[in-house]
Design a binder for this molecule. Structure first.
Ligand SMILES: Cc1cc2nc3c(=O)[nH]c(=O)nc-3n(C[C@H](O)[C@H](O)[C@H](O)COP(=O)(O)O)c2cc1C
Length: 209
């Protein structure tokens, strides 16, 4: 059982990472392996909607997106963390997740998913709304904790003082471990992910004639 933690902050060891560390601790205590990636603070391109992935099943930009996408079978769960940037997820994380889910979304179904946000003050729940949508559309199992999954602080030191935020992260970590174990037990007992109907795509605008 393994979980991928994705840190979408430009600070490798900032407030977002501090929250992820608290989740990591609970996962490890509950015998769940953890792999962590940091998106870095260099350029991260968004999706240019070129359609290359329809045929080739990978992004034409051979970067971290394909690296993570090609390893998705290894993970039972994915947790994404972001600092709040203008009441939204960071540009790095949005660009990364847009491409990861557009190319590899079909591989996400049935995996556990959660998102967390860190902020100095506000915009956290709007950010969570944004981040949770990737999991919803991909048929992932969304996990909650004891409150909105947020922590307050401008950096790791300030986040350390948000005792409630840290507790929220621990609860979330334990819930994720529990759900993953339930899913694994189900699979061992022959319970399969529900089969999908063939997709019906109805666009709202139709060309005349
Ligand atoms: C471009 C930018 C926009 C920000 N917008 C917000 C905001 O809307 N609300 C807020 O409370 N903090 C905002 N912040 C502060 C960060 O959310 C906060 O410092 C965060 O916890 C840093 O996490 P990190 O150390 O993991 O990067 C912003 C910071 C930056 C750099």
């Amino acid at each position: 059982m393994k979980v991928l933690l994705i840190n979408g902050s430009p600070h490798k060891n900032g407030a977002t990472n501090r929250a992820l560390l608290e989740i990591e601790g609970e996962l490890l205590k509950n015998d769940i392996e953890v792999e962590k990636i940091w998106l870095g603070n260099d350029e991260m391109s968004g999706c240019i909607s070129c359609g290359f992935c329809y045929k080739n099943k990978r992004c034409f930009r051979d970067d971290l997106v394909n690296e993570v996408g090609s390893k998705l079978d290894l993970y039972d769960g994915i947790i994404v963390g972001s600092p709040v940037h203008y009441a939204s997820a960071s540009g790095f994380l949005t660009s990364f997740l847009d491409r990861l889910f557009y190319v590899y979304g079909a591989k996400m179904k049935g995996k556990v998913y959660a998102s967390i946000a860190s902020a100095r003050r506000a915009g956290t729940t709007a950010t969570l709304d944004q981040l949770y949508k990737y999991g919803y559309i991909a048929g992932m199992v969304m996990v909650g904790g004891q409150y909105w999954n947020v922590i307050h602080g401008n950096d790791a030191l300030e986040a350390e003082h948000d005792l409630e935020g840290l507790q929220i992260m621990r609860t979330l970590g334990r819930n994720i471990a529990w759900i993953i174990k339930c899913i694994v037990l189900g699979k061992e007992n022959g319970l399969k992910y529900p089969e999908r109907e063939a997709s019906k795509r109805t666009n709202f605008i139709r060309n005349e004639g």
